[in-house]
Design a protein around this ligand. Structure first.
Ligand code: UD1
Ligand code: MG
Length: 450
């Protein structure tokens, strides 16, 4: 038994991994006030994409290297990511300096190997990291670089240099001389190290280069000189797209959308023009759903089964139940639930409301902070006046009500079940059940003066 436990413990230690996520860079090429790694891909910060993937790697301890501007998000990050270690790099002196800062703070102490991931490479997959780790372990490597081969000449990545098919060096783009212009295999930025050699050699990296930065990639040359065992694992280019500029961010978002569209098409979602449909990282769509062209899904949208979404709809934070039809031109937002078989037509805006089963809201309405119960019909141009200039107020419409066209429902307001509101009425008092309401005003008819 004791033997079993010792064996298990040794195996665990050997398998255990420190993951260092670098997110402290200045991101100056973004020309943005927002820290680079907080820019969003599919409405989710790049850093969260990377941390989610890091957390999916088993038996790992994660350390995030941040800069001072990111410190204000530390508490939020601590809540979202349990047991996340932090390390602050005060001056952005390069990727090797960032890793050294983490090592000095003992952030890879309890492990044998270290995986370094960059916070600006959000599309990297768990499967790729695990495959690279497998190669690293099975071949008893001291350093493994995740490489990629772009489909056209790239000038924004470090290039892998080989000698007799052996990886010997990574040359940064800014250091490339003309005689190296034939190098085409690129560095994704992701590397796996044996801690023993990483910790020994990180101090040997110098900043004698055009950018006066400490490049982590210089370790390849250093390891090679010491005859340590180095190799690379090639993954697909799209997965390792790095973001340094707004153009890169647009490219990565584009790639993310392609992936999402393929995912939903493979799940049987019918899209008439998939390239015009925009998904968020957490969009959920059920079966037998049709989406017409030009639809935007912001964060927290869940569409159940047999739903039909017509063109030009914009939704965020919405749950749509079975057999609902929406649009064209509907905007639904900020916490809306739409129950089965309801129909929302053109130019309808719904905010923070619950729409009951089989409700018809067919044309030109604004419904805010409201509950509309089942089988009610809301006429064209009916609106809830939910804001009194100071605060938002609720409107509750009972089941089987008929709200006439062009009515103004002045909240707070309760219209009880079965009531009928005449067209054009301004309703500013609660209405009891089964009541017919209209304002009497005379229709004047005169002959035109000649
Ligand atoms: C880096 C690689 C390059 C690779 C590319 C892949 C180096 C020297 N170069 O270049 O070979 O092809 O990524 O995308 O590593 N960071 C810090 N502290 C710093 C500097 C950077 O934490 O002092 C972080 C950044 O926030 C970023 C990551 O490290 O997440 C990479 O830095 P970045 O400046 O984007 O490096 P690249 O020029 O893209
Ligand atoms: Mg980068």
């Amino acid at each position: 038994m004791l033997y079993y436990y010792i064996n298990f413990y040794i195996k665990f230690i050997l398998m255990s991994l420190s993951i260092i996520v670098l997110a402290a860079g200045k991101g100056s090429r973004m020309l943005s006030k927002t820290p680079k790694v907080l820019h969003e891909v599919g409405n989710y910060p790049m850093l969260f994409h990377v941390l989610d993937t890091a957390y999916s790697i088993k038996k790992s301890k994660i350390c995030l290297v941040i800069s001072n501007p990111l410190l204000k998000f530390k508490e939020f990050l601590k809540k979202k990511y349990k047991n996340l270690n932090f390390c602050v790099q005060n001056q952005q002196k390069g990727t090797a300096d960032a890793v050294k800062t983490a090592i000095i703070k003992n952030k890879n102490k309890s492990s044998v190997n270290t995986l370094v991931i960059y916070g600006d490479t959000p599309l990297i997959k768990k499967r790729t990291l695990n495959n690279a780790l497998k190669k690293f372990r099975e071949n008893n490597l001291d350093l493994c670089v995740i490489s990629m081969m772009p489909n056209k000449k790239e000038n924004s990545y470090g290039k892998l240099k080989f000698s007799k098919k052996k990886l010997v060096e990574i040359i940064e783009q800014s250091e490339l001389k003309n005689n190296n212009s034939d190098l085409d295999m690129c560095n994704s930025g992701i590397m796996i190290f044996k801690n023993k050699y990483l910790n020994e050699n990180i101090r040997l990296v110098k900043n004698k280069n055009n950018k006066k930065e400490f490049y982590l990639t210089d370790l390849v040359k250093i390891f090679n000189k010491k005859n340590l065992s180095i190799d690379h694992y090639t993954c697909c280019y799209e997965e390792t797209l790095g973001v340094n500029s707004m153009i890169d961010l647009a490219l990565v978002n584009d790639e993310f959308q392609k992936e999402k569209r393929n995912y939903f098409l493979n799940k049987g979602v019918c899209m008439l023009a998939p390239d015009t449909v925009y998904f968020s990282f957490d969009t959920k769509i059920g079966s037998n759903v049709t989406i017409e062209p030009n639809v935007f899904f912001g964060p927290s949208v869940e569409i159940k089964n047999d739903v039909y979404i017509k063109s030009f709809c914009y939704m965020d934070n919405v749950k749509v139940h079975d057999f609902v039809t929406i649009g064209p031109f509907a905007r639904i937002r900020d916490g809306v639930q739409i129950e089965k078989e309801s129909k929302l037509g053109n130019f309808v805006e719904i905010k923070k409301s619950k729409i009951g089963k089989n409700v018809k809201l067919s044309h030109l309405s604004y419904i805010g902070d409201s509950v509309i119960n089942e089988n009610s019909n809301i006429g064209a141009g009916a609106i809830t006046c939910n804001y009194d200039g100071v605060k938002k107020n609720k409107t509750i419409i009972g089941q089987d009500c008929f709200i006439g066209s062009n009515t103004s429902l002045v909240a707070p307001l309760k219209i009880k079940k079965g009531s009928i509101i005449g067209a054009g009425t301004v309703v500013n008092q609660d209405i009891p059940i089964e009541t017919v309401v209209y304002r009497k005003s005379e229709l004047i008819k005169k002959h035109k003066k000649k």
